[in-house]
Design a protein around this ligand. Structure first.
Ligand code: CTP
Length: 398
């Protein structure tokens, strides 16, 4: 909820400006007060009248309007909010912000504000991917400016790719996260992710094909709902998400130690593809080939099962423990058995047979198994699976 939160909403000039009207409605439904600022270009796409009608407030649109300056100066306006949101944030506005230009009301407010700023970029895909925009984005991130989106998809200009403004509800979620007002605010959640590397010698290791994409998406989605996330990750091929406490580990034993150190927590999601075995007596020096000496023999020991260990804790067990079951055969039966064996509350079962393209791919098809039964989710992106799971976790912890 956003009761009594004051949002200064700057509406830039882009076709996505129409979505800002829905955003205003959604924010007000949640109790926020929205003060709208419409740039000159923004007013080409939505009218001041519709913006002010939805916001229930006058629209600020001209830096040098003397009446406005007498009622509320632009400096005061820039500081009167709990959060400044720019939606849509155009390439032009981002460039102005990155260079510190202040030649109209919106850019002046953005330079004068001492409040957090959240951008919802929206532009043509090539404009988004242009090195100048990406440079500006990096500068703004370095300045502590948050962003939500853009999303990938078909664009009004007929092209396809990243550039679509995030949907109003996604922006609301990002606003709640920025204000620490999401449904998981004050909740601590541990997420494991990625593969583990089990050393054979200093240069060789045993690993698996996990990319860490699903675990990373889950950590991001939980953080977006306001959770304090400890993200314990093996050597993944995707970077950790922003806004989480990332703990980088290599082996299963290190992952268990990091999880133990992160407890207590309200919930834990074990998305890592942990190696079941490690090489005993891994060599401290590189194993050399000796001519005619044959292949070295490796001995294995079983790794600790992190999910089972945490599920079995007598004291300090998270209220909700979620595991994954990566299966290739009898997915539901195996996952049900795994849930019972490991003692966790929920299992997300997925079929990782090579034909599914799930391992290392962008999509996932999962079945959520709880004490109440099995629930098939349609095939969706790993980000969508993550958002849906985060919503369910928020519901369970409410
Ligand atoms: N897991 C874990 N620690 C391990 C092994 C697995 O925490 N040492 C967790 C995984 O993060 C996942 C769940 O247990 O949430 C299931 O992992 P999976 O590899 O599918 O199952 P296994 O326990 O390895 O069982 P099997 O190999 O028989 O399928």
């Amino acid at each position: 909820m956003l009761a009594e939160k004051r949002i200064l909403l700057i509406i830039g000039g882009g076709i996505a400006a129409f979505k800002a009207l829905d955003l205003i409605r959604r924010l007000r439904e949640r109790g926020a007060a929205v003060t709208p600022v419409l740039t000159r270009a923004g007013a080409q796409f939505v009218t001041p009248l519709s913006v002010s009608a939805l916001a229930g407030q006058k629209v600020f649109s001209d830096l040098f309007d003397l009446t406005d300056e007498a009622e509320m100066g632009h400096i005061e306006l820039s500081r009167s909010a709990d959060l400044v949101v720019v939606a849509p944030a155009t390439a032009d506005l981002m460039a102005k912000m990155a260079t510190g230009l202040a030649n109209d009301l919106a850019s002046t407010l953005l330079l004068a504000t001492d409040t957090q700023v959240l951008l919802a970029p929206a532009m043509n895909v090539r404009m988004w991917q242009h090195p100048a925009t990406q440079r500006n984005l990096a500068t703004l991130a370095g300045d502590g400016i948050r962003t939500v989106g853009p999303n990938e998809g078909d664009m009004a200009c007929g092209e396809h790719g990243p550039g679509r403004m995030a949907e109003p509800l996604e922006i609301v979620t990002a606003i709640e996260a920025a204000l620490g007002a999401g449904p998981l605010a004050g909740r601590r959640v541990i997420v494991t992710s990625g593969p583990t590397h089990e050393p054979i010698d200093p240069v060789r290791y045993i690993a698996n094909r996990s990319s860490g994409a699903q675990g990373t998406a889950i950590a991001r989605a939980l953080a977006a709902l306001g959770a304090q996330v400890v993200f314990v990750t093996g050597p993944a091929s995707v970077p950790p998400p922003e806004g989480v406490e990332a703990v980088q580990v290599e082996t299963a034993q290190q992952m268990l130690d990091a999880v133990n150190a992160a407890l207590p927590a309200d919930a834990a999601v074990f998305a890592a593809a942990v190696a079941d075995w490690r090489v005993t007596g891994a060599s401290d020096s590189k194993i050399k080939k000796s001519p005619g000496g044959g292949a070295p023999a490796l001995d294995f020991a079983e790794n600790p099962d992190i999910l089972a260990t945490v599920s079995a804790l007598k004291a300090g067990r998270p209220a909700l423990v979620v595991g994954f079951a990566a299966e290739t055969d009898d997915v539901i039966a195996n996952a049900n058995a795994k849930r019972a064996r490991k003692g966790c509350d929920w299992i997300l079962a997925n079929d990782v047979s090579p034909g599914t393209g799930i391992m290392g791919g962008a999509e996932n098809a999962v079945t959520l198994i709880t004490a109440e039964g099995a629930e098939d989710w349609p095939r969706m992106t790993k980000d969508e699976v993550a958002r849906r799971l985060a919503d369910r976790i928020a519901g369970a912890l409410a």
